[in-house]
Each structure stands twice: as structure tokens, then as C-alpha cells.
Design a protein around this ligand. Structure first.
Ligand code: NAD
Length: 314
């Protein structure tokens, strides 16, 4: 084959799909990527620098001046996260959830440092506008927990839009609103996956695949390249079976006889822990997490860290 033919062949791939540039723009920020960051005064900058060199991390994490967003924080595991952070007297705990009734009840129950923003994370403009509302009210963000997630093996689009797409964009917005590269002061992003993200389950191939995405994506965004540039750390929490609304309806793949009964019997044979274990687990992860780490919380036991067998960081 002549070199001219090879060149023509390559031209078929040019220009590259627009989506590549859209994703890149969301991360580095462009004119549509949210309001321009404010220029902080010198005192504030010094404080933020101190935070970055480690005075406000790990066991010394100073909860009281922090602002957190928790997607899916109106019930289940997310509610436990919100309750724990509200008890730690954070400056602001923002619950971003689609369920208005549960969200408003959470605000009434948890106290006046808690705010509810009705958000369907599947809708990117609603997700973006939640971040904007938080910046407008508090002018800062320190902690983001991408927790909203669903299980339904028959709703491919809904599962991918919630568990994969929204979590990915949420992470990008987290970098945008917390990153040093945007003149912010760094922070923590915690992405919620599942034990399905590190194992395999016949009953939920779609959910398992989405959960593997969360682990791989979060580990990759939790690498030194991004941290050095942004001061944002990314951790993953993988819950085991937990007694929430999550697995109340079992919808398995169609066309496989006995898969539903097999799945129900597998699930019911597992211990379903109380969501209350996620309060202490969150504190363990915030205070002990290393960038890119993955923690499992299952069987009612304290959170423990897992490392991939093959772990090359580049
Ligand atoms: N419960 C379990 O056994 C289990 C196991 C492994 C992982 N997880 C993961 O833990 C996370 C929390 O699950 P849970 O058990 O608390 O479930 P849950 O159903 O009790 O709570 C999920 C919350 O997310 C909200 N939500 C759902 N779709 C949303 C959307 N599009 N936009 C905004 N909010 C939305 C719901 O209103 C609800 O408040 C999920 O990511 C789930 O995949 C749960």
C-alpha cells in the first residue's frame, strides 16, 4: 500500500468526534463551563495553601468550614452521609436528589446547615445548576459525594445515565469548582460504586459493568497528574448489600429462564447491612483516604481498603 493511500485512510478519522472536545472543555473549563472563579484575597489564599500542604487533611480535617454536595442524599446510604456531615457541623451540606418529599424531610430533620436542591442527575443542566446554586450561596465547595445510583437491568439508558454519565460529569464539575487550576483550593470527591465494581454477579451484569466503570474512572482521576494540577483527591466507596430501597425491585435481563429466582436466592442469602454503617465509614475514608483509593463497606463491618492486583499508576 502506498503512503498516499495510508494518509487518505487516516483522513477518514478527521475531524475527531465533537464529544472529545466537549468532555475536554468541561474539565478544563470554558466560557460555558460555569462562572469565572473569584479572585481570593491574600489571607484566604494563605489559608487555602496551608490546607493544600496538609494541615487540613487526614485526621486534622477541619469539618466545620466545609461545604459538601451529596447526590442521592435524601435517603438510604446518601442520607447517612448527609446526617454524618450535618452532625460534624459543616458550614453547608447540600442534598441533590430527585425526591422532593424525602429531600425536604431530610432538611427538616437534619438541621439548618442542610440544604436541598431538587436535582435529577440524569439531566446534565440540572446537575450543573445545582453546583452553580451552591457556589452562589457558599462561594466554595470542598467535598462532593457522587452517590446517586440505581439498579435496573432492563433500563440500560437510565442506569448508564445515572451511574456512569452523571457520576462522570459530577466528577468533572467537582474538579472545576474545587481545582487549584481554577483558582479554587482543592478538595475531595467520593464516588460511590458497589462491591459489584470489584466482583462479578450473574444477576446484575449491567449494574456490575457500570460499577466497574466507577472504580476504574475514579482510580484514573485519582492519579498524581490530576492531584498535582488541582489539589483534588478522588476516593471510591464500594457498598455491599445494604438495607435500602436500592434492591427492592429485582429486574433481571430478559430471556434467561430462572435468572430472577437465581438472583433473588443469591441476594437473600447475603447479609443486608444497615445503612447506618456508612456514617463511620465516611469519616474513616475522609480521614484515611489516599488519592485514588477504593474502600469496601460490607457485612456491617468497618470500611477496609482494597487494592487492585495489577496496579500501575501512570
Ligand atoms: N443498597 C445496596 O445494597 C447498595 C449496594 C451497592 C451499592 N449501592 C450504591 O449506593 C448508592 C446509594 O444507594 P442506596 O442503597 O442508598 O439507594 P436508595 O435507592 O435507597 O437511595 C438512592 C437515592 O438516590 C436518589 N436518586 C435516584 N435517582 C436519582 C437521580 N436521577 N437524580 C438524583 N437523585 C437520584 C433517590 O431519590 C434516593 O434518594 C447507589 O449508587 C447504589 O448503586 C447500594
Amino acid at each position: 500500500m502506498s503512503s498516499g493511500m495510508k494518509f487518505n485512510g487516516l483522513l477518514r478519522f478527521w475531524p475527531p468526534p465533537v464529544q472529545i472536545f466537549q468532555i475536554r472543555n468541561i474539565y478544563i473549563g470554558n466560557s460555558e463551563g460555569g462562572p469565572k472563579p473569584k479572585v481570593f484575597d491574600k489571607e484566604k489564599l494563605k489559608k487555602y495553601k496551608d490546607e493544600l500542604i496538609g494541615k487540613d487533611t487526614g485526621k486534622n480535617y477541619n469539618y466545620v468550614d466545609k461545604v459538601a454536595i451529596i447526590t442521592g442524599g435524601a435517603s438510604g446510604i446518601g442520607y447517612e452521609f448527609a446526617k454524618t456531615l450535618a452532625d460534624k457541623k459543616l458550614l453547608g451540606v447540600v442534598i441533590a436528589d430527585i425526591n422532593v418529599e424525602a429531600g425536604e424531610t431530610a432538611v427538616r430533620t437534619l438541621g439548618n446547615n442542610v440544604m436541598f436542591v431538587k436535582t435529577n442527575v440524569q439531566n446534565n443542566s440540572e446537575l450543573k445548576s445545582c453546583f452553580r446554586r451552591v457556589m452562589k450561596k457558599y462561594h466554595k465547595l470542598d467535598l462532593l459525594i457522587n452517590n446517586a445510583g440505581i439498579y435496573n437491568e432492563r433500563s440500560v439508558d437510565k442506569v448508564l445515565n445515572t451511574n456512569v454519565r452523571a457520576l462522570m460529569y459530577g466528577t468533572f464539575y467537582g474538579f472545576m469548582y474545587m481545582g487549584k487550576h481554577r483558582r479554587r483550593h482543592g478538595g475531595i470527591i467520593i464516588n460511590v460504586s458497589s462491591v459489584a465494581g470489584i466482583r462479578q454477579y450473574a444477576g446484575f451484569p449491567l449494574y456490575t459493568g457500570a460499577s466497574h466503570f466507577v472504580v476504574g474512572f475514579s482510580r484514573s482521576m485519582g492519579t498524581p497528574f490530576f492531584y498535582d494540577l488541582t489539589g483534588v483527591k478522588v476516593f471510591t466507596i464500594c457498598p455491599g448489600f445494604t438495607d435500602t430501597h436500592h434492591l427492592k425491585d429485582i429486574n433481571v435481563l430478559r430471556g434467561f429462564d430462572d435468572l430472577k429466582s437465581y438472583t433473588i436466592s443469591t441476594i437473600s442469602s447475603k447479609m443486608h447491612q444497615s445503612p447506618s454503617v456508612f456514617g463511620p465509614a465516611l469519616i474513616t475514608v475522609i480521614e484515611n483516604g489516599r488519592n485514588g483509593c477504593t474502600w469496601v463497606v460490607e457485612n456491617g463491618k468497618p470500611a477496609y481498603e482494597v487494592s487492585p492486583k495489577e496496579s500501575t499508576v501512570i
